[in-house]
Design a protein around this ligand. Structure first.
Ligand SMILES: O=C(O)C1=C[C@@H](OP(=O)(O)O)[C@@H](O)[C@H](O)C1
Ligand SMILES: C=C(OP(=O)(O)O)C(=O)O
Length: 424
């Protein structure tokens, strides 16, 4: 694919944008709808590489998946996936792969192999695999223990008490919770490490409740009741992580951007990004959607923040910090090294190409803001969030940012179209 040039924007900007449905909510709803009996309709479900790959994988287990203009229709199987012996390719979809691994372990039939890109097969799965095996899952790693590709023979899940480490990813916990209503005995999940990215677990609990399941949480233990999911007609809200790029544009360039379809009472942790921008000197209002305004006469200021709850916002925050007065210290995100790429290394390396001083920490970054951000040819590492964050930085560089645009298809296929509207 030809590289894309992003040229600086003479501000102040004034824009109103709409972003696609939440990737995290869509993938949760897909699993719940697949396990429920009957037809669910997922309005405004995200149509992008990751959820499409998960939907295809579910269809290979007997789930009916129909795409309409604005919704996904899911014919649920009532609890027992059919394993057809096929190889399931999940791309670099970490969430979908972890969720599908637990889901398929409920199934029966001919063993299947779950695999993905080279990078997905380097990302951590060990603690989830061990927990599923403790629940009786028959799983064999075909190359390296604890990693994909993995053979899933199914046979159902016993449930009962299991210990789970969640220091590398909250997705391991979300995966066990989502299948919890379908284990033979009530599922009792005890955490054996501090939990990263906690808002995503809250999102899992919220979507499970919407589909009729109940979870009790006591200290670091989760008890999943045995209610089955109910088919639902469910309206999926806009993706707060995708919204962050356009809110960041207002912060960087100056002016005002409204994300019209992001609700004030969003279920998503990443909706906190507007509040982070307000700490850096922006004004935030909630009327029809979320509006971020920065008076061009007021400079952005650096902040010291633990981003452990919001890992996906770090690339966006980092490019805003590049222009903020003083230092921005981003802490609490060692798990960024396990994403589509090692995002701490990637963000530090690419910001340095733009002559932004950065110190890479074990668990974060220290960024020294500057008014002289230079354009550069940016390596995206095939990571949609690196591409989108540095595209937004391109709005305020001297020169231009040049990068490979294709990887945004993972979560935000029309990102470039919306970015183009900022120049109008
Ligand atoms: O559960 C989810 O939908 C997600 C959880 C997060 O991962 P970690 O829990 O591994 O931080 C996040 O990075 C990812 O984009 C989506
Ligand atoms: C890390 C991400 O997703 P996943 O873990 O599902 O690949 C992301 O969307 O930034």
């Amino acid at each position: 694919m030809t590289k894309r040039e992003i040229k600086p924007l003479k501000g102040p900007i004034e824009a109103l944008v709409k972003v696609p449905g939440s990737k995290s909510i869509t993938q949760r709803a897909l699993i719940c709808a697949a396990l429920a009996e009957g037809e669910s309709i997922l309005e405004d479900a995200l149509r992008s590489e990751d959820p499409d790959l998960l939907a295809q994988a579910l269809a290979a287990t007997g789930v009916r998946v129909e795409f309409s203009e604005t919704a996904l229709k899911i014919g649920g199987i009532g609890g027992s996936p059919r394993l057809s012996g096929k190889e399931i390719f999940m791309g670099n979809n970490g969430t979908g792969a972890r969720f599908f691994l637990a889901y398929a372990s409920l199934g029966k039939g001919t063993p299947i192999v779950l695999t993905g890109t080279k990078r997905l097969c380097e990302r951590p799965f060990k603690s989830l695999i061990e927990a599923l095996r403790a629940w009786g899952a028959s799983l064999s790693c075909l190359e390296k223990e604890g990693f994909l590709p993995i053979k899933i023979a199914g046979g159902g899940l016993s449930g009962g008490e299991v210990s789970l480490s969640v220091s590398e990813s909250s997705q391991f916990l979300s995966a066990l919770l989502l299948v919890g209503p379908y284990t033979r005995e009530p599922a009792v999940i005890k955490l054996s490490s501090p939990l990263v990215s906690r808002p995503y677990v809250d999102l899992t609990l919220a979507v499970m409740e919407i589909f009729g399941a109940e979870v009790e949480e006591r200290e670091e233990t989760f008890l999943v009741h045995q209610q089955k999911y109910q088919a639902r007609h469910y309206q999926i809200e806009a993706d707060a992580s995708s919204a962050s790029y356009f809110l960041a544009a207002a912060a960087l360039v100056g002016g005002q951007v409204t994300v019209a379809n992001l609700p004030k009472d969003s279920l998503q942790g990443d909706a906190a990004f507007a509040g982070i921008l307000s700490r850096m000197g922006c004004e935030v209002t909630y009327d029809k959607g979320v509006t971020v305004t920065r008076d061009p006469k007021i400079s952005l200021r650096g902040i010291d923040i633990n981003m452990g709850r919001y890992p996906d916002l770090v690339p966006t925050l980092a490019v805003v910090a590049a222009k903020a007065k003083g230092k921005t210290i981003i802490r609490g995100v060692p798990h960024l090294r396990f994403k589509e790429t090692d995002r701490l290394k990637a963000v530090a390396t690419e910001l340095r190409k733009c002559e932004v001083p950065v110190e890479e920490l074990e668990d974060g970054l220290i960024i020294e803001g500057t008014d002289n951000i230079k354009g550069a040819e940016i390596e995206t590492y095939d990571d949609h969030r690196i591409a989108m964050a540095f595209a937004i930085l391109g709005l305020v560089v001297e020169g231009m940012v040049i990068l490979n645009p294709g990887c945004v298809a993972k979560s935000f296929p029309n990102f470039w179209e919306i970015l183009g509207t900022l120049y109008a």
